[in-house]
Design a binder for this molecule. Sequence first.
Ligand SMILES: Nc1ncnc2c1ncn2[C@@H]1O[C@H](COP(=O)(O)OP(=O)(O)OP(=O)(O)O)[C@@H](O)[C@H]1O
Ligand SMILES: [Mg+2]
Length: 523
Amino acid sequence: MRTISLKTNQHRLIANLRHAFTPRSMLGELLQNARRAKAKRIDVTVDGDTLTVSDNGCGIADLQTLIFIAESGWDEPTKSRENAFGLGVLSTLYFARTLSVHSGEQAFAAETAAIINGDDITVHAKPPRIGTQIRLSGVQSPDPAKRLRVWVAKELQRLCKAFPVPVFCNGAEIARPFADKTLPWRKTKMGKVLIDLKASPHQWRAFLQGLPIGVKESYNDHGWHQTVLLPDGTLAKLPDRQHLLNEEQDKRRIQAAVNTAYREVLMEAKASLSPEAFITQHARHCLDSRNADLLNDVPFASLNWFRDWDDEPAGFRHDWNRCYRDGLVSRKEIEARGVWRMAASDDERDTFAAQVYLQAAQAFVLEEERLAHGHWLHDAAKTVELPRIQVRHGAIRHRSHAVGLEDAVELVLVDSLHVGMQGLPEYVVDAIRHHDVLYLTTQANAPTQLVSDYIFNEAYEEAAEDNDADRIRTFIAIACEDSPAKVLTALLPYSLRYAGQSKLANAKVQLRFDNEGKLIWVD
Ligand SMILES: Nc1ncnc2c1ncn2[C@@H]1O[C@H](COP(=O)(O)OP(=O)(O)OP(=O)(O)O)[C@@H](O)[C@H]1O
Ligand SMILES: [Mg+2]
């Protein structure tokens, strides 16, 4: 009986493994080996196309270990804790022409092609040195637009952000902001987390064994973020640890750990600050991070949560440029003045009269939708009942249909105008839209925000708004004056009345209107 067994075409396997690595892996692998060798300092130098990494770690007892694929020479605890694959050095061979190594009293130098081919490499004695020096020559910059020296410096900045060992690049120390153990790290089930409240809990970057992992290329380097130092044993994808092995599952776990830590930080802030300070500094963080419930028992509200009548008068609907106000208001004051919630309506125009009322009353209108269930404002806010809004007006001076406004409203000029709500005080107003009637007083100017939002095909059309404003002003002028001559005088532009137009000197113009009041002749 014949037996078969698993065989390997070692040369082809090793040659083809090239495609499993990218030049990006190379630097990280060298740094990682130096860290595992317990180096206290790592020096990276680049001279032309030669890259040298020197460390003052434990050194390599037998240089064969260095080029023994899929075998790791680290001590047992390191191997099992960090899942050493025995592939790191291999990754460097594909991207260099020669490799020279000097560790302790031994050294070798060889063409990488010869090493990959499995040729015998001569190890020779050299004066002893502390730690290991690995020199790769014939290295090409992975980014054709950058020289190797520049690429390495930039890449080290990215790699070393949380690296525990000091790294120098051509003599200059690389910044390692997250290697600082004294920062307020929090222990979680997914390692140590550093919370930055300025960033959303969903923006995080992770490091495994000191090096970044799973970082998207497009990651905004200047953005705020949460920092996660994963437990050393978190499994990374073979061969080069650029991504987590159980990415989807781990991402969920990391997110849960960050969320917990983020909430803890907010809770600690709440415990240590006055309610005013807490809400001023952290209301936004609570709302943005689904920790809104932490605000439930704080007896203050941020002015931001309410409509700002100065920036957004009744009828104003430019949601895209909301302004945010600073400042607080106490629960006591809100409860004394009353707080409202606009009634839901399919057509916002139905609510214009209520908005005019609430603006006249300078009422608090709750607009923040993310307050948690159980927040006192939910109980305090009364919903406006549209039928309770009452418009009361004095004598009608003039009314006009179909004047070509964007919204088909009837214009009615009245002597006086009041708006009220059943059982509550009423207020004098200049203009109000009640359903399809726009009531105006002579004080009204042109309240176009009660007519239309002038957004057509998602673009704001100023000309349409100007046109409506003109028509409303003309309507008011006609309604106010008792003779056609006075109407015309009222409507004459300033440039005709107060600035000399030499061409018109001593001119006399006659206008004739038909029996409907339409201009038919200019003489
Ligand atoms: N700077 C160094 N100092 C001391 N020993 C080193 C150094 N670099 C490599 N070695 C030795 O060479 C071996 C092979 O290194 P290599 O990076 O290929 O594999 P590994 O680190 O064991 O595993 P992997 O990098 O795949 O996680 C290491 O196990 C270690 O014994
Ligand atoms: Mg390694």
